[in-house]
Design a protein around this ligand. Structure first.
Ligand SMILES: [Zn+2]
Length: 288
């Protein structure tokens, strides 16, 4: 947090230094471009092949073969979801929230991709439709589907509540779901849980203090976000104990609702000529 009364006197050219214009760190026009025309076309022929209903304050796993689509949908009431993704064949390749944020910005929508961890760094999933894409940035600087919050977790809760033990934070929900899906122990599974995509969550940073904020999600039943699986995926989605995240999380106080995950198969003709992403091309010699 920036001090209200700094201890250091500003230099004479402080305003000039502040006035330097920013440059975008990673201009997205140099990234491999997803074939959105193909994705828009294949949406017309999607056939449902599976469905998981994530209960409130719980998480569930789902599997999506490469070249298929998964859709996360609000049902019954406004609800935020915390999403983890892994390579279904190698849990060490997992969603990299920080690099995705650096590449696409603080919030994701149609055309953005979920990138995987080093040394892989390739698109795991591409967002192909988002019924909340109209929201943009509100007057508070808030937007939907962030990659800035990490996930609600019992360790932070323990610190902030002076010893509280709460077991249905998204971190614990994801840990239990991954353990149940894979047969890993809780301790082993926990090590694979990572920073999330906050589906439907409305967040930002306050303009004056730079603090992370949340506000009631604009999601309504029927809204959904759709992802194209670029590789074979194992996913886990937690229906956050914060509900619509309008007030608090890490407690049973908020009204919570389920989230539906549908797995959909495109018409094979719509995938003709499509190939998944190659492993990252860096040679990993690190200069030696
Ligand atoms: Zn949560």
């Amino acid at each position: 947090m920036k001090p209200e009364h700094p201890e250091t006197t500003a230099p004479e050219d402080a305003e000039a230094r502040r006035a330097v214009r920013p440059v975008i760190c990673y201009p997205p026009d140099t990234l491999p471009v997803p074939d959105m025309a193909r994705f828009r076309a294949l949406r017309a022929g999607l056939a449902p092949i599976g469905e998981v209903l994530v209960p409130p304050r719980e998480a569930a796993c789902f599997r999506v073969p490469a070249g298929h689509v998964f859709r996360i949908q609000s049902v019954e009431g406004p609800q935020v979801g915390d999403l983890n993704l892994w390579n279904a064949g190698d849990l060490s390749e997992r969603f990299y929230s920080g690099k995705t944020r650096a590449l696409h910005g603080t919030h994701l929508s149609t055309g953005d991709r979920m990138w995987s961890s080093f040394p892989h760094l390739r698109p795991m999933a591409t967002i192909i439709h988002d019924t909340l894409d109209w929201y943009g940035f509100d007057d508070f600087g808030g937007a939907v589907h962030d990659v800035i919050g990490t996930r609600c977790d019992p360790y932070t809760h323990n610190l902030l509540s002076h010893g509280g033990q709460y077991h249905h934070c998204c971190h614990s929900n994801l840990t239990r779901a991954l353990a149940a899906e894979t047969g890993l122990s809780l301790r082993e599974a926990e090590a694979h849980v990572h920073d999330v995509l906050n589906v439907f969550m409305c967040t930002g940073f306050t303009r004056d203090t730079g603090q992370y904020f949340m506000k009631a999600s604009p999601v309504r039943p029927g809204d959904y976000i759709e992802f194209f699986a670029e590789i074979d995926l194992l996913g886990a989605l937690s229906a956050c104990p914060g509900g619509d995240c309008s007030a608090q999380h890490s407690s049973d106080a908020a009204a919570c609702h389920p989230l539906r995950v549908e797995i959909l198969r495109p018409d094979p003709a719509a995938l003709a000529g499509w190939a998944g992403p190659e492993p990252n091309g860096y040679d990993r010699s690190h200069g030696l």
